[in-house]
Design a protein around this ligand. Structure first.
Ligand code: HEC
Length: 142
């Protein structure tokens, strides 16, 4: 018997603009089983793409870091001494275990609200903040 195909095309328009197209064919005989498999695949992809966004992209984060943080925090994350002197502040070592122990939420708050001698950093999207945090995490001393 000729199977009847239904095409389900799911498009994931992610924030970054790329899309995933998934095509599932369902045969008439066992359409409910196929539908469940298809649904689970879509769900898995959705969760995976969500996780990728939540984790942040360290490479994209480096671009943000270089543009918005490097001037004070230094290319190596250990602080730019002349800036520390000018601000009369102690810049934390981003690679240190003490700093890395802070949570992502604490980092986010530091970036958006500032604290101590650091002013809030303006003009960053949530995704850019997530990415720059991923970049800082990637600098952790191993
Ligand atoms: C104008 C200089 C300047 C810029 C730009 C800057 N910071 Fe800071 N940052 C500081 C100073 C100064 C401190 C120390 C604050 C204090 O404790 O007084 C600090 C502290 C921090 C801390 C440590 C907070 C803590 O809890 O100890 C983090 C994390 C941080 N900055 C992240 C960032 C990120 C990410 C960016 C870029 C998006 C950024 N900073 C941009 C000056 C800067």
């Amino acid at each position: 018997m000729v199977p009847l195909h239904y095409g389900i095309v799911v498009q994931f328009f992610l924030q970054t603009g790329f899309l995933t197209v998934l095509n599932c064919s369902i045969t008439k005989e066992d359409s409910s089983e196929m539908f469940v498999k298809c649904f689970m695949t879509i769900l898995t992809l959705f969760v995976l793409s969500g996780n990728a966004l939540a984790r942040g992209d360290g490479q994209a984060g480096q671009i943000v870091y270089d543009a918005k943080c490097k001037i004070c925090h230094g290319a190596d994350g250990k602080g730019n001494p002349p800036i520390a002197k000018t601000l009369n502040a102690t810049l934390p070592d981003m690679t240190s275990p003490e700093l890395q122990r802070k949570t992502d939420d604490e980092f986010k708050k530091q970036i958006t609200e500032g604290r101590g001698k650091m002013q809030p950093v303006k003009g960053l999207t949530d995704q850019q903040i997530t990415d720059v945090i991923a970049f800082i995490r990637s600098r952790a001393k191993s």
